[in-house]
Design a protein around this ligand. Sequence first.
Ligand SMILES: Nc1nc2c(ncn2[C@@H]2O[C@H](COP(=O)(O)OP(=O)(O)OP(=O)(O)O)[C@@H](O)[C@H]2O)c(=O)[nH]1
Ligand SMILES: [Mg+2]
Ligand SMILES: [Zn+2]
Length: 297
Amino acid sequence: MQKTLPVVIATYSRRMRLRLPDGKQVIARIKGKRIKPVCADRVEAERIANEKDWLITKIDARDNELRRPNLRGQIEVLAANIELLVVVTAGSPKPDWFITDRYLCAAEDMRVAAAVVYNKTDLEPNRTSAQAEMAWFSAIGYPTVMCSAETGDNMDELKTLLAGRIAIIVGQSGVGKSSIINNLTNSDVLPTATISRKSGAGRHKTVNSVMLQLQGGGAVIDSPGVRDYAPALESAAQVRQLYREIETAGRECRFNNCRHTREPGCAVKLAVADEQISARRYESYKRMLILTEQNKL
Ligand SMILES: Nc1nc2c(ncn2[C@@H]2O[C@H](COP(=O)(O)OP(=O)(O)OP(=O)(O)O)[C@@H](O)[C@H]2O)c(=O)[nH]1
Ligand SMILES: [Mg+2]
Ligand SMILES: [Zn+2]
């Protein structure tokens, strides 16, 4: 049996908060510059003699990593050992469904389950366009929840979805990720932001990743919001696999290396024309294809 190790539950640059196997929380420093623990990492740690702080000496093997480029464009690991990736959108700031798609690609790439949440339903009695987008995600097998962290509407549904798993909440800045977690944990431990009136964009309230335990099992990681997101992919072939409905339909294409753009006998283009595949998701696929090919030039 695997022995229980301390788990990283918050990261502040070179200091971490750890949850020890007995449930106690301690602050830990890191031994050396080479190890970079992230939220949900299982680590080996020891108490520093004559001090309150602990020292992380080793990171246990990771099940997976969620990577993303930081503000300087370097790829960094945001969290590890994730069991569910929850992409949050909302009516405000204006939804960017392409960001949602790209996070779903990241989840596919990590072979981790993913779900899509549309928050702030209280702001829009009439939200047919969001409903239509959510229906497409649901049709291709991603669980979806439309909720309001403010009024609590449908938050039980989200709770059920998260139960018993380690989930990370991602999405644009200001969509309400921290508010959702505060609601789920019945607390206001996470700071939340007001949306800047000028740009309509969030102000990047959350700067550290923090993991909170859920009542009845499971944990949820809050992450800093993004203005944009794209997973670093290797090849066009990989992009084809990460849009799951395109991957499935693509098995019927005439050429098995079909890129689904201009090739004859393309089952994907046919499915888009038949409205079996979302035209918006197909557009998103093509953008991701171009992005990946440009990065490889
Ligand atoms: N009306 C309404 N406002 C909400 C809801 N959820 C969050 N908000 C508001 O939206 C703003 C941003 O919420 P946050 O929880 O800070 O958003 P975030 O996604 O964590 O933002 P970052 O940490 O910057 O990534 C705050 O003013 C919240 O009060 C909701 O369901 N309805
Ligand atoms: Mg936040
Ligand atoms: Zn094709």
